[in-house]
Design a protein around this ligand. Structure first.
Ligand code: DGY
Length: 323
């Protein structure tokens, strides 16, 4: 009898995905969601050939030290800022992510945040549920800013940024973007998007959506200086990573009326949210759920499983290594 290779799944996953892994591998799956300490992670990873983990678990040199067995880690996310790629390469561990399958769902969600933050839907719902709606409501209460006909700015024009841009045609918006490199012309045309410098983007956008990857270079890419360039009525949406925004500077701008509203799905210290943001009615906050539709989370889990299976020698190579 051949001994199956072992895979550790760090968080609860869909039964059909665990079943797919179990056809070839000995699966150890956590039944509850929790963030692991580096020591716990190190210990778990030492006992397996492959792993499926979430963004809350950081893989670095210390976690991999002395691990001769591990061959692959599949991230349940497209972003992989929780991976120290050079350390993984040195340790001979393949890093995989889940690109493409979530593009449209995250784009939908970025739009949901933009629309809801612009029209103050979160605050209005809290107010209604608190029983404050009465005949006294004024005609000029709850005024928001329009989305249709305005200028949409997109910082980071990868595939998710492009999916966000394509939706703007239905709202008759002008689309500006800033990116490391210019998109090929046919894609620019399809997205009806124009490349501008970062400062220009900040100055002109009525709605600014952040979709750039997180790295040392993009840490606090939106801070006090950048916020000062934006319109006082502008709406900022972040579906990328919390660390891209200086949250203290953002909260101050929102509190002092130097920025209109924000829709944030990601936070620098998540799952903790900065108290300054929690105190604001013009900040719409959600718990990193941009990719959380039924279909997409199943597709992400399935792709992560395919990545592990392929790396360990089973099935077609359905995913792409992040390295
Ligand atoms: C990812 O997968 O990296 C995103 O954070 C999903 O929202």
């Amino acid at each position: 009898m051949t001994v199956k290779q072992k895979v550790w799944v760090s968080r609860p996953l869909f039964p059909e995905v665990l079943a797919k892994l179990s056809e070839h591998l000995d699966v150890q799956a956590e039944a509850i969601e929790r963030k692991h300490t580096p020591e716990q992670l190190r210990e778990r990873l030492r006992q397996v050939d492959g792993a499926v983990i979430g963004l809350g678990d950081r893989v670095d040199a210390a976690v991999l030290e002395g691990n001769e067995r591990l061959r692959v880690i599949a991230n349940l996310a497209v972003g992989y800022n929780n991976f120290d790629l050079p350390a993984m390469t040195r340790a001979g561990v393949l890093a995989c992510n889940t690109p493409d399958v979530l593009n449209e769902t995250v784009a939908d969600y970025a739009w949901a945040l933009m629309l809801a933050a612009s029209r103050r839907i979160g605050a209005a719902e809290r107010w209604l549920r608190a029983g404050q709606w009465s005949n006294q409501q004024r005609f000029d209460d709850w005024l928001g800013v329009d989305v249709h006909g305005k200028t949409l700015g997109i910082l980071g024009m990868g595939r998710i940024g492009q999916a966000i841009a394509r939706r703007a045609a239905g709202f008759d918006m002008r689309v500006l973007y800033h990116n490391r490199s210019r998109l090929p012309e046919p894609i620019e045309r399809e997205c009806r998007a124009t490349l501008v410098g970062k400062d220009e983007l900040l100055k002109q956008a009525d709605h600014l959506i952040l979709v750039l990857p997180y790295s040392k270079a993009s840490h606090h890419a939106i801070g006090a200086a950048e916020l000062a360039l934006m319109k006082r009525t502008a709406v900022l949406v972040n579906v990328a990573r919390g660390g891209i925004v200086d949250e203290v500077a953002l909260a101050a701008a929102l509190r002092e009326g130097r920025l209109g509203a924000a829709g944030l799905d990601v936070f620098e210290g998540e799952p903790a949210v900065h108290p300054d943001l929690l105190a604001l009615d013009n900040a719409l906050l959600s718990p990193h759920i941009a990719s959380a539709s039924e279909d997409t989370r199943r597709a992400m889990a399935s792709l992560a499983a395919d990545n592990v299976l392929a790396a360990l020698g089973y099935g077609p190579h359905a995913g792409r290594p992040a390295t």
